[in-house]
Write a protein that binds this ligand. Structure first.
Ligand SMILES: N[C@@H](CCC(=O)N[C@@H](CS)C(=O)NCC(=O)O)C(=O)O
Length: 217
């Protein structure tokens, strides 16, 4: 068995894939790349991912793309405990799957648009910074989504129930980036949930790596 993982610690979905790999102790070869600088090269698109995105894994001879697919694949293949992602109880599985889908269809489009337009495009691609009014609207679109998280964690400690699942780590990593890059406000039950997720040793370790990188930028 061989597993290769293309990763950048500043990538939100990449950190969640790394979380799974570390949590399950999966033997792997780490290929650290820089988003934009490496991922947009013809070489990366030809040899790794035609879409020019990370995270990517290659398990034996198969490339696997899209973080939610990678996460499900690794947990289905390597997690007999089914704690982070239920497999046998389909109703429990649906509770976690809902959040993985919600991240893809709803939270991420808002948050990633804000990060790309306000930070990545002006910083790395020479684009103009959006107007103050547009920045406010971009931040608000993401901030508003936190109401959905708040509703979920008001009567239970974690998104899918009484223990940490991969849904919490996945959303935590997205929100972490917004909190540090564009001052997404975390308060009340959302902040309590956020801090609770950060009590996990591996979440904390990967968060600390990100914060060190951001501090040096
Ligand atoms: N839907 C994809 C999104 C992946 C994605 O947006 N990756 C970013 C880093 S967080 C990337 O590789 N960007 C490269 C670029 O913009 O050149 C997933 O969840 O895996």
């Amino acid at each position: 068995m061989s597993l290769i993982f293309w990763h950048d610690p500043i990538s939100e979905p990449s950190r969640t894939v790394y979380y799974v790999i570390k949590k399950l102790g999966i033997e792997h070869e780490l290929k650290q790349v820089a988003i934009v600088k490496d991922t947009r090269t013809e070489e990366f698109k030809k040899d790794v991912n035609p879409a020019g995105l990370i995270p990517v894994i290659k398990h034996d001879d198969q490339f696997i793309y899209e973080s939610s697919t990678i996460i499900r694949y690794l947990l289905d293949a390597f997690d007999p405990e089914e704690v982070l992602l239920p497999r046998t109880d389909l109703k429990e599985r649906a509770k976690v799957d809902y959040w993985l889908s919600w991240r893809n269809t709803t939270y991420r489009p808002a948050s990633d648009t804000a990060i790309m337009k306000m930070i990545v495009n002006p910083m790395f691609l020479g684009a103009d910074k959006p107007s103050e009014e547009e920045c406010k609207a971009l931040v608000k679109a993401t901030q508003d989504e936190l109401a959905v998280i708040e509703a979920a964690v008001t009567d239970k400690p974690y998104l899918a129930g009484d223990h940490l699942t991969i849904a919490d780590v996945y959303l935590y990593n997205e929100i972490l980036e917004g909190h540090h890059l564009f001052k997404l406000e975390l308060d009340g039950k959302v902040k309590e949930w956020f801090d609770r997720v950060n009590e996990d040793e591996i979440v904390k370790e990967l968060t600390d790596v990100l914060l060190e990188i951001l501090a040096s930028m």
